[in-house]
Ligand binder design. Structure first.
Ligand code: KIV
Ligand code: ZN
Length: 510
């Protein structure tokens, strides 16, 4: 029988530490539910003490996502552990994850502690956490730059104190596959009680080696792999779950291990995370990039037509990427639409189906053939559930290469409609300025991204904006066949998110 590997997903914790990413409670829950469907063994749902939002996120995931272990990160301090426990205690299967740095660099410059003090703190905090929770993960931060003999000593002691998972992070993505594999082998050989616990690894991607290091660790005895969807995470990110899992599956004979992941949920998970975080997946990204299964050169196309195995080492279907079917048109009925949603794996309530059908009909009026990708984009636009404090009534733009761009935008708030006009550097800027006047708040535009959902002139454009107010960043997303409309919707989505998070006090008029 093959060795069973556990997968810990930290998209909601390390992944949420990606610069510019800030998920609301609803979005965290949506991602957690999808991770459970994907089949991860553990969801690290956040760092409960970091902020009230983090705490509520971990608690909500713990209380409502079943069939998976839910963990909160805590420093090796009592107040962190107490807060973490408060957040995860409602889970079917809770876990506390406590960490302290062990490398000489961190001890000297960050903690200002000796090795003895770190060892003592690690043991005391694992003991403290163990009184609250049966499952305790202990991480030695910056393990890959730690003196191995000290690492062995710390691990042996925290296992005696009650840790059930020992994690070896390559915190700064410094290691190499051979070196990291050797470290894991060394831990297996030198920590006398290591067989009593799961040996986990957590690799960062600063040198582009996170997945390679993770797989090498697995070959050398790691039993749990920590990763994130699309490789999100601090700096260059973490090891990407989709690459690890498809590596294991595609090279089954080589690795000879099994896991609980349903690979057909990979594509859906990647799309959801990209859409809710606003972090676009690069087209040439392994497994989930738009080009991952595209064959451009004539020789390759010829080969694939003759036999897919010539240039495809895995099938698009294996990650749940069905062919982009030309599904429906404006004459398609509600039943056909609902059936297609089900086939695509969506389980929506009656209200959500009605809304989605209305959006589909509007789109079908503008676009001859509505494909699966279009439907995904429409549905994901609605997933974030930002309250529509201001709704778009209408907009009008005047623009050209010899005139100053002007925009008039009408927004509805409760029963009143507010109309404002403004000029700007181009139609999008003018529309954004008019909207700011209408809502009575000014924002900084941090980033603007435009992406075509499908090919063709009538493709849906997907706009992602990030705006900031008082150094807090808010994401907005909009889709439309008209890119100005997509931009206006995205900006309004971000404005509504800002108002709902900060409060209506930021509105200075209306
Ligand atoms: O990268 C790291 O060291 C971490 C630990 C807190 C597990 O994220
Ligand atoms: Zn990390």
């Amino acid at each position: 029988m093959s060795r069973q590997i556990k997968i810990l997903d930290t998209t909601l914790r390390d992944g949420e530490q990606t610069p510019g990413v800030n998920l609301n409670l609803h979005e965290k829950l949506e991602i957690a539910r999808q991770l459970a469907k994907l089949g991860v063994d553990v969801i690290e749902a956040g760092f409960a003490i970091a902020s009230p939002g983090d705490f509520e996120g971990v608690k909500a995931v713990a209380e409502s996502v079943k069939g998976v272990r839910v963990s909160s990160l805590c420093r090796s301090v009592e107040k962190d552990i107490d807060r973490g426990w408060e957040a995860v205690r409602g889970a079917e299967n809770p876990m506390l994850h406590t960490f302290i740095a062990t490398s000489e660099i961190h001890l000297r410059h960050k903690l200002k502690m000796s090795e003895e003090e770190v060892l003592e703190r690690a043991v005391a905090m694992v003991r403290y956490a163990k009184k609250l929770c049966g499952e305790i993960e202990f991480s030695a931060e910056d393990a890959s730059r730690t003196r191995p003999e000290f690492l062995y000593k710390v691990f042996e002691a925290v296992i005696k104190a009650g840790a059930t998972v020992i994690n070896v992070p390559d915190t700064v993505g410094y290691s190499t596959p051979a070196e990291f594999g050797k470290l894991i082998k060394g831990i297996r050989e030198n920590v006398s009680n290591i067989d009593k616990v799961d040996l986990s690894v957590h690799c960062h991607n600063d040198l582009g080696l996170a997945v390679a290091n993770t797989l090498s660790a697995m070959e050398n005895g790691a039993t749990q792999l920590e990763c994130t969807v699309n490789g999100l995470g601090e700096r260059a990110g973490n090891a990407a779950i989709e690459e690890i899992v498809m590596g294991i599956n595609t090279r089954k004979n080589f690795y000879g291990v099994s896991h609980n992941i349903d690979t057909t949920q990979i594509y859906r998970t990647s799309k959801l995370v990209s859409s809710l975080t606003g972090v676009i997946v690069q087209p040439n990204k392994a497994i989930v990039g738009a080009n991952a299964f595209a064959h451009e050169s004539g020789i390759h196309q010829h080969g694939v037509l003759a036999d897919k195995s010539t240039y495809e080492i895995m099938t698009p279907e294996s990650i749940g990427l069905a062919q982009n079917r030309m599904v429906l048109g404006k004459h398609s009925g509600r039943h056909a639409f609902e059936d297609r949603l089900k086939e695509m794996g969506y389980t929506l309530g009656a209200d959500e189906i009605n809304k989605a059908f209305e959006m589909f009909k509007n789109l079908a009026d503008k676009k001859k053939n509505v494909t699966d990708r279009d439907i995904e984009a429409l549905i994901e636009e609605k997933v974030s559930e930002v309250p529509e404090i201001f709704e778009l009534e209408s907009f009008q733009i005047s623009s050209g290469n010899k005139v100053v761009s002007t925009a008039a935008v009408s927004l509805r708030k409760n029963d009143s409609v507010i109309t404002e006009a403004a000029t700007g550097d181009g139609p999008v800027d003018a529309a954004f300025n008019a909207m700011e006047r209408a809502v009575g708040i000014s924002f900084e535009l941090e980033s603007y991204g435009l992406n075509a959902v499908t090919e063709g002139k009538d493709a849906l454009g997907e706009v992602t904006v990030r705006i900031s107010k008082d150094s807090k960043v808010f994401l907005g997303r909009g889709v439309s066949t008209d890119i100005i409309e997509a931009s206006v919707k995205a900006y309004l989505n971000a404005i509504n998110r800002a108002i709902s998070e900060i409060g209506e006090g930021i509105i200075i008029k209306n």
